[in-house]
Ligand binder design. Structure first.
Ligand code: AGP
Length: 589
């Protein structure tokens, strides 16, 4: 997802400060970047493909600038397609996050009116639409942007610069924007993280807002009527937790190691929110857990936990599919979104669909004040601290822990839920020992050159198998697939060739006998069996031991896959924190 940062205020070395702000947004994933600075009535632009890394920009001091990290959607990764995009005369510049779904007809009509385009992007149409709208708005950039944004279809966040008036104007439709006021000027970004050092009070823009940042200060409007609104700024609140690497080589290693502390903090801090969530589920008629990717596997785990512990049917749907299920939602429904970032577009859209049906909205979310956090009726903050590796590890475990404790709260056994989570935290701490990690590293050495890897699990371990496969595939690029253990005979076993690594989740529960039987089928066809669970078994070629923590098994069973994927990635020379083609949060469809 694209990163945005802008500033209007005292004249300063703002070009390099914009670049620093963009660095704090690198975790969002990008493949090009650009900075625009107002210089003597012109717009100076520096943009490049690739990472910011050791880059620097050289602009004179200026009172106005903005910058952008681009995640390519429409148009390849090229210098021309990097933002910002200018109008024909170079007076206006635009940076944009999202997709202009109707950009082709808009571009065609602009070309017919003589506009000259230099990129293949959808975003560039915004600069040329503004160029036409500005005269009609008597040179008022905010009014011109209001007219233009009303013509854009899709989920977007736009910041426009008019170097002649020294003004920025911004508006959004679902994609996030937060405005900051500080003692040296006004700033705006796609994430509060980038406002550190620039603002101490912030305002999260809503979809009906439009904001002007000018030498006169910050003015907030209702985008449709352009009537002024009072701006209720609040102190900038960032996720607590160290954002540096510390002694770790990668954020993935750091965040895997933080999991025991995250669980202990949840038991200590989340009780009230968990009780509220349990009550909301109890009071609902039809509750849904919705998530994408790793979050979806946490949600599916939750469906099993609510059944096992509270005998409660809670539906599960993948975020991108939810809107195709919305038809039976009612005002008695409860839709609970699981999202680390709180910005995943499929989740936001699912929640908007649920709201349209009158459902109550809940969330398990890690980033406070994110779009999801601000749009729901109740939430449980995961409190996992900044998760900066593109892969989700500690946030996944936190979501599952919250669902486990919520299921116990629903069943009237809240203390048991806390005890199970604390036992899992202690178990994870043991697993993080050098000796255990060395065992995983050995297995990584055995499998890291493989092309395929399969993971099987039953019951509670089935969604864990799906998450394990995702972790391994997205960081090592090994084609890993997770299956329900009972599915082997329904086609899956055709895939197994001699030497194919197969991870088998064999917890000490009612699934053990059946999953070991499946493991024997795989072994008889030459599979290399990697057993994960409290007990060894002769069918395993290698056994990665995990503590026996009962229904909290999903909390300890993710780490073996996280650690296996991490070490396989290192052996393959991959960057575990920024895997190819992936962004930390998918904010565009
Ligand atoms: C996590 O390892 C993946 N990178 C991805 O599946 C992620 O879980 C998914 O995009 C959902 O993100 P969210 O939790 O921020 O909504």
């Amino acid at each position: 997802m694209c990163g945005i940062f802008g500033y209007v205020g005292e004249e300063r070395e703002i070009g390099s400060e914009v670049l620093e702000a963009l660095r704090t947004l690198e975790y969002r994933g990008y493949d090009s970047w650009g900075v625009a600075v107002g210089v003597d009535g012109r717009i100076g632009v520096e943009k490049r493909t690739g990472k910011i890394a050791g880059a620097h920009v050289d602009f004179p001091p200026s009172p106005i600038a903005f910058g952008h990290t681009r995640w390519a959607t429409h148009g390849g990764v090229t210098h021309a397609n990097a933002h910002p995009h200018l109008d024909c005369d170079g007076r206006l510049a635009v940076i944009h996050n999202g997709i202009v779904e109707n950009f082709r007809p808009l571009r065609d009509s602009l070309l017919a009116r003589g506009h000259r385009f230099v990129s293949e992007t959808d975003s560039e149409v915004i600069a040329h639409l503004l160029e036409d709208a500005l005269p009609q708005a008597d040179g008022d950039l905010a009014a011109a942007l209001s007219a233009v944004v009303g013509r854009l279809e899709g989920l977007n966040a736009v910041i426009a610069m008019d170097v002649r008036s020294g003004t920025l104007a911004a508006a959004k439709n679902v994609s996030p924007l937060v405005v900051g006021e500080g003692n040296r000027g006004a700033s705006i970004a796609s994430d509060g993280l980038a406002l550190q050092g620039h603002a101490d009070r912030v305002l999260y823009l809503e979809d009906h807002h439009l904001v002007r940042l000018s030498p006169d200060g910050i003015t907030l409007y209702d985008r449709r009527s352009m009537s002024e609104l009072s701006a209720d700024f609040a102190p900038l609140v960032l996720q607590s937790g160290e954002t540096g690497l510390g002694a770790f080589p990668h954020f993935m290693a750091k965040e895997m190691a933080e999991q025991p502390d995250v669980l202990e903090r949840l038991v200590r801090d989340a009780t009230g929110q968990i009780e509220d969530l349990a009550a909301a589920i109890r009071d609902s008629y039809g509750a849904f857990l919705v998530g994408c990717g790793t979050a979806s596997y946490a949600a599916l785990t939750g469906a099993y936990l609510f059944s096992r512990i509270a005998a409660r049917h809670v539906n599960f749907t993948v975020g991108s599919e939810f809107k195709y299920h919305e038809h039976f939602l009612t005002d008695s429904s409860l839709v609970i979104a699981l999202s680390q970032s709180g910005e995943t577009v499929d989740i936001i859209e699912a929640m908007l669909a649920a709201r349209r049906r009158g459902a109550r909205l809940g969330a398990l979310v890690n980033v406070p004040r994110s779009t999801l956090d601000r749009m729901v009726d109740l939430r449980v903050h995961l409190g996992a601290g900044p998760e900066q590796c593109v892969l989700s590890t500690k946030a996944y475990t936190a979501k599952v822990a919250v669902l486990l404790m919520t299921a116990h709260a629903l069943a009237g056994s809240p203390e048991k839920g806390k005890e199970e989570v604390l036992a899992a935290a202690a178990g994870l701490q043991e697993m993080l020992s050098d000796a255990w990690v060395a065992q995983v590293r050995e297995v990584a050495r055995r499998i890291h050159r493989e092309e395929h890897l399969f993971v099987i699990g039953r019951g509670l371990a089935f969604p864990t198998a799906l998450e394990a496969a995702l972790k391994i595939k997205e960081v090592s690029y090994i084609h890993a697939e997770g299956f329900a253990g009972g599915e082997l005979k329904h086609g899956v076993i055709a895939l197994v060739a001699p030497g194919t690594p197969c991870v088998v989740y064999a917890p000490s529960d009612e699934t053990r006998a059946d999953i070991l039987s499946g493991a024997m089928e795989l072994k008889s066809r030459g599979g290399y069996m990697i057993g994960v669970g409290p007990e060894p078994d002769p069918v395993f070629d290698v056994h990665l031991p995990t503590p026996d923590v009962g229904d909290a098994a999903p909390l300890v069973n993710a780490l073996p896959a996280q650690m296996l994927g991490y070490h396989a990635a290192l052996l393959r020379g991959n960057d575990p924190d920024k895997p190819r083609n992936l962004a930390k949060s998918v904010t565009v469809k």
